[in-house]
Design a protein around this ligand. Structure first.
Ligand SMILES: *[C@@H]1O[C@H](CO)[C@@H](O)[C@H](O)[C@H]1NC(C)=O
Ligand SMILES: *[C@@H]1O[C@H](CO)[C@@H](O)[C@H](O)[C@H]1NC(C)=O
Ligand SMILES: *[C@@H]1O[C@H](CO)[C@@H](O)[C@H](O)[C@H]1NC(C)=O
Ligand SMILES: *[C@@H]1O[C@H](CO)[C@@H](O)[C@H](O)[C@H]1NC(C)=O
Ligand SMILES: *[C@@H]1O[C@H](CO)[C@@H](O)[C@H](O)[C@H]1NC(C)=O
Ligand SMILES: *[C@@H]1O[C@H](CO)[C@@H](O)[C@H](O)[C@H]1NC(C)=O
Ligand SMILES: *[C@@H]1O[C@H](CO)[C@@H](O)[C@H](O)[C@H]1NC(C)=O
Ligand SMILES: *[C@@H]1O[C@H](CO)[C@@H](O)[C@H](O)[C@H]1NC(C)=O
Ligand SMILES: *[C@@H]1O[C@H](CO)[C@@H](O)[C@H](O)[C@H]1NC(C)=O
Length: 690
C-alpha cells in the first residue's frame, strides 16, 4: 500500500516537474522588464511591445484593442515566435458580392499594411474562391508594381471537389519572396449572373499552407472572413555586418551567447541564441544556456526536496509524538474523562501562532531548563510556553507520567500546566501565565527590593512551603521538585506565590523514599548530601527551600561571586554568620526594623534547620509549612517593646544560639542601627545574654 502510494506520489512529482520545466523554458521569451507581456492571451515578447519604450521600433508596435493584438492596419496577431522570427496573423479576405440581378452588393478589396513584415512564401499561398472569379494580388518592389493571380470557374456545385484547389471553384498560386504590403482584389466576368444561385460571391486571400481546406460550402457563403497567415520579421533593413557596429544593434551578447543572421529572403538582420542557449536574444541576459536548465533543475530539485522535506517533517512529527509518549498520554488522558479540566494537546502550528513563531520579543525566561515564551491563544488567554532542553529518550514515559500528574495537580500555589505539544523533538509545555515575575526579581533586582515587606516575604514562604508539602505528600504520587529556588517561585498580581518549573522534577513511587539520579539543580541551592550520594530525597527540596528562606531574610543572592570565597554560598555564609553571632551583618535591615523579633528568630532557626547538612536532621516539608504558618500567626511585637520583656526574648534567643560558641567580642549585646523611621533605635541582643 505504502509503496504504491509513494510511487504514485513520485510520478506526480515528476509530472509536475516536467510542466514546471516547460513553463520556465517558455517564459524565457519574455517582454522587456516592466512591460505587459501579453494581450488577449497572445504573448508579446520583445522586440514587440504594447507601448512606446516596450517595442524596439514602430515596426513592432502592437496595440491591444479590446483584447485583440493588432499590428499595422487591422491585422490581428495570434502568435509571435522569437526563435523562428515569425508572426502568425489573421487577415481579412477580399470579397465581391452581387445580387440576383447582377448588381454589386459588396466590393471589398483588401489592402494589407503591416509595415516591414514580409509574407513567408514557403508557408503561405494565394487562394481564390468562386465560380466566376478572378483574383489578383498586387505589390510593389523596388518602385515597380508586380502582380499575380488566378482564375476560378465552375458551372455547378457538383463540379467542385472538396479539398481540391485546381481551378474549379477554387484556385491557388504561389507568389514570389519578399512580398510585403499588397493589395488583393477580386472581380468577375459576368457579375455572377450565371452562378448566382449557388455562388453569389468571389473571394481572394493569402492563407497559411495547410490551414485552408476547400469545401463547396465556401462558394455559398456571403460573409467576409479572416484567414491565418505567417509573416516573417527582421530588425531594421541593414545586414548584420552593417548593424553590428551601431549602438542600437539589437543582438545582446552577440558572439558570446547570441548570433546575428542575415535572412535569405528579406532585408534586415535577425538574432538567435547560440546553440546551448535558450531565450530571447533581444533582451539583456535574454539568452540563458546550461544555466537555464541548471536553474530549472535547481528549481525542480529544490521543489522536490521541499516536498520530500515536508513529508519528512510530517513523519518526524508523528515520530516525535509517539516518541514523546503522545499515544500513552492520549490514553491516560482519555481515562480521566470524568475530570473537568483535562490537559490539552496543542499542535505545532497553534503554538507557533501563539508565540509569533517563537519571536525574541516573546521570551520571558531563559535558563538551563530551556526557554519560556509568552503566548496568546486564540481565545485571548495568556500562557507561558516552555521549550525544554532535550529530554533523555529513556525517560519519556516518566516525563509523560509527570505531565499527567501535573495536569491533575490543581493547587493555587503551583503553576498550572494547561497542555503540551508533543509533535516536536522537545516537548513543549503550556502553563498558566503568572504576570508578576519571579520572587528573585522582587527581592534582588527591583530598586525597592530591600524594602520588599516582611509580611509579604513571610506569606510567600508559607505559600511556597505549602505547595512543596503538597507535592511531597498530597499529590497522588510524591513529586520531588528538585529545583526549588527564588527564580522558580513566580508571583501573581497580588504577590501570591506559584511554584513553577517541574522540568527536572522526579516522581517517587510510594514504596521508595530515595531515588538515585544524576545530580541536577542549581548551584547555591543544591543539597550537599544529594551532591555527595546522588540519592534524591524529599529533603533535598527542604534544603533548597532553606536557602530561599535565607534569601528572604537577607536579600542576598544564593550564590554570588562578588562575595569572598567563604561567603560565596549564601547557605554557608548564613550558617557561619550564625556561628560567629554576626547574623546582624547579613539580615535585611528593614526586616529587622519591621518584623517581630520572635518571628524573625524562629524564621532564622527554621532556615538553619532546613540547611542541616544531614538530610534526616532537616524537618519535613510538612513541618516546615506548619512552622512557617505558625510564625505568621505569631503576635506582632514591635521592637520598642523588646526591652520590656527582654527576659523572655533573651531566653528565646539564648536558647537558639546556645549551641554556638560565644562571640569573639566581649560584649553580650549587639546594637543594630537601622533606618526604618527617623529616631528609632533598637537593641537586638543576639548574644547569649549571660
Ligand atoms: C502604434 O499603433 C497604434 C495602433 O496601431 C497607433 O495608434 C499608434 O500611433 C502607434 N504608435 C506609433 C508610435 O506609431
Ligand atoms: C506559436 O508558434 C510557435 C512556433 O511557431 C509554436 O511552437 C507555438 O505552439 C505557437 N503557439 C500558439 C499558441 O499557437
Ligand atoms: C439588385 O441591386 C440593384 C441596385 O441596388 C437593384 O436596383 C435591384 O432591384 C436589385 N435586384 C434584386 C433582385 O434585388
Ligand atoms: C465592404 O464593402 C461594402 C460596400 O462596398 C461596405 O459596406 C463594407 O463595409 C465593406 N466591408 C469591409 C469589411 O470593409
Ligand atoms: C471593386 O473595387 C476594385 C478596387 O477598389 C476595383 O478595381 C474593381 O473594379 C471594383 N469592382 C466592381 C465590380 O466595382
Ligand atoms: C493599393 O491600393 C491603393 C489604393 O486603393 C493604391 O494607392 C496603392 O498604390 C495600391 N498598391 C499597389 C501595390 O497596387
Ligand atoms: C480536407 O477535406 C477533405 C474532405 O472534406 C478531407 O478528405 C481531407 O483530409 C481534408 N484535408 C485536410 C488537410 O484537412
Ligand atoms: C456588372 O456590374 C457592374 C457594376 O455593378 C456594371 O457596371 C456592369 O455592367 C455589370 N455587368 C454585367 C455583365 O452585368
Ligand atoms: C464538401 O464538404 C461539405 C462539408 O464540409 C459537405 O457539406 C459537402 O457536401 C461536400 N461536398 C462534396 C461534393 O462532397
Amino acid at each position: 500500500m505504502g509503496v504504491l502510494l509513494i510511487s504514485k506520489l513520485l510520478q506526480l512529482i515528476s509530472f509536475i516537474g516536467v510542466i514546471l520545466l516547460a513553463m520556465v523554458a517558455a517564459s524565457a521569451a519574455q517582454a522587456k522588464p516592466g512591460c505587459d507581456n501579453s494581450c488577449g492571451g497572445v504573448e508579446i515578447p520583445y522586440p514587440f511591445g504594447l507601448r512606446e519604450g516596450c517595442y524596439l521600433d514602430k515596426m513592432f508596435n502592437i496595440s491591444c484593442d479590446e483584447d485583440d493584438a493588432i499590428i499595422g492596419v487591422n491585422v490581428r496577431v495570434t502568435n509571435i515566435s522569437i526563435e523562428a522570427h515569425e508572426m502568425h496573423v489573421m487577415a481579412l479576405e477580399a470579397r465581391d458580392c452581387y445580387n440576383e440581378s447582377g448588381s454589386i452588393e459588396f466590393n471589398n478589396s483588401t489592402r494589407f499594411r503591416a509595415g516591414k513584415f514580409t509574407i513567408s512564401t514557403t508557408k503561405n499561398q494565394f487562394t481564390v474562391l468562386g465560380c466566376d472569379t478572378t483574383g489578383i494580388i498586387r505589390w510593389k518592389k523596388n518602385e515597380k508594381i508586380y502582380s499575380t493571380g488566378c482564375r476560378s470557374r465552375c458551372n455547378d456545385l457538383s463540379t467542385a471537389v472538396n479539398g481540391s484547389c485546381s481551378g474549379v471553384g477554387c484556385c491557388n498560386v504561389e507568389f514570389p519572396d519578399g512580398l510585403g504590403n499588397y493589395n488583393v482584389s477580386v472581380s468577375s466576368f459576368k457579375n455572377h449572373t450565371n452562378v448566382w444561385n449557388f455562388n453569389p460571391c468571389s473571394y481572394a486571400f493569402i492563407v497559411e499552407k495547410g490551414k485552408f481546406n476547400f469545401s463547396t460550402d465556401y462558394l455559398q457563403k456571403r460573409e467576409q472572413e479572416r484567414r491565418p497567415m505567417v509573416l516573417d520579421w527582421a530588425i531594421g533593413s541593414e545586414t548584420c555586418e552593417e548593424a553590428r557596429s551601431k549602438p542600437d544593434f539589437a543582438c545582446h551578447e552577440a558572439d558570446q551567447k547570441s548570433k546575428c543572421y542575415d535572412p535569405e529572403t528579406r532585408s534586415g538582420y535577425q538574432c538567435k541564441c547560440k546553440p546551448g542557449y535558450q531565450g530571447n536574444p533581444y533582451l539583456r541576459d535574454g539568452c540563458q544556456g546550461a544555466g537555464v536548465s541548471f536553474i530549472c533543475m535547481l528549481v525542480f530539485t529544490s521543489w522536490m526536496y521541499f516536498v520530500y522535506k515536508k513529508r519528512k517533517i510530517m513523519k518526524l512529527r508523528e515520530k516525535f509524538f509517539q516518541q514523546n509518549g503522545g499515544l500513552i498520554l492520549e490514553q491516560r488522558l482519555g481515562k480521566q474523562e470524568g475530570s473537568t479540566e483535562t490537559l490539552k494537546i496543542f499542535t505545532v502550528e497553534q503554538l507557533q501562532k501563539a508565540t509569533k513563531n517563537y519571536d525574541e520579543s516573546r521570551i520571558i525566561g531563559r535558563g538551563g531548563f530551556g526557554t519560556v515564551y509568552k503566548g496568546f491563544l486564540p481565545d485571548n488567554k495568556i500562557v507561558a510556553i516552555k521549550k525544554s532542553k532535550i529530554e533523555d529518550e529513556n525517560q519519556i514515559e516518566q516525563f509523560i507520567n509527570e505531565v499527567v500528574v501535573l495536569s491533575q495537580i490543581n493547587h493555587r500555589h503551583i503553576v498550572k500546566l494547561l497542555g503540551c505539544c508533543l509533535e516536536t523533538q522537545v516537548p513543549l509545555l503550556v502553563y498558566e501565565f503568572v504576570p508578576n515575575g519571579t520572587l528573585f526579581k522582587h527581592i534582588h533586582q527591583e530598586s525597592n527590593a530591600s524594602t520588599f515587606p516582611w509580611e509579604t516575604r513571610l506569606r510567600i514562604a508559607a505559600e511556597t512551603a505549602e505547595a512543596l508539602w503538597y507535592l511531597h505528600s498530597a499529590a497522588s504520587i510524591p513529586i520531588i521538585h528538585r529545583d526549588v529556588k527564588s527564580t522558580n517561585i513566580l508571583l501573581d498580581d497580588d504577590f501570591n506565590a506559584k511554584v513553577s518549573d517541574f522540568g527536572t522534577s522526579r516522581l517517587v513511587p510510594r514504596d521508595q523514599t530515595q531515588l538515585a539520579t544524576v545530580v541536577q539543580g542549581t548551584l547555591g541551592y543544591l543539597d550537599p548530601e544529594y551532591l555527595q550520594t546522588n540519592q534524591l530525597t524529599e529533603k533535598s527540596d527542604v534544603y533548597s527551600f532553606g536557602v530561599v528562606l535565607v534569601e528572604l531574610l537577607t536579600g542576598k543572592e544564593a550564590l554570588s561571586f562578588a562575595r569572598t570565597e567563604e561567603q560565596r554560598s549564601l547557605a554557608m555564609y548564613f550558617i557561619s554568620s550564625m556561628k560567629e553571632e554576626r547574623l546582624f551583618e547579613i539580615l535585611e535591615n528593614h526586616i529587622v526594623a519591621e518584623g517581630n523579633k520572635e518571628q524573625i528568630q524562629q524564621f532564622v532557626e527554621l532556615a538553619r534547620s532546613c540547611l542541616a547538612v544531614k538530610g534526616e536532621e532537616r524537618p519535613t516539608m510538612k513541618e516546615v509549612a506548619m512552622e512557617v504558618e505558625g510564625i505568621r500567626k505569631m503576635q506582632k511585637h514591635p521592637w520598642v517593646n523588646l526591652e520590656a520583656n527582654s527576659e523572655e526574648v533573651e531566653h528565646l534567643l539564648g536558647e537558639t544560639c546556645r549551641a554556638y560558641p560565644p562571640p569573639l567580642e566581649n560584649s553580650s549585646t549587639i546594637t543594630i542601627g537601622y533606618h526604618h523611621s527617623m529616631n528609632d533605635h533598637a537593641t537586638y541582643p543576639l548574644g547569649d545574654g549571660r
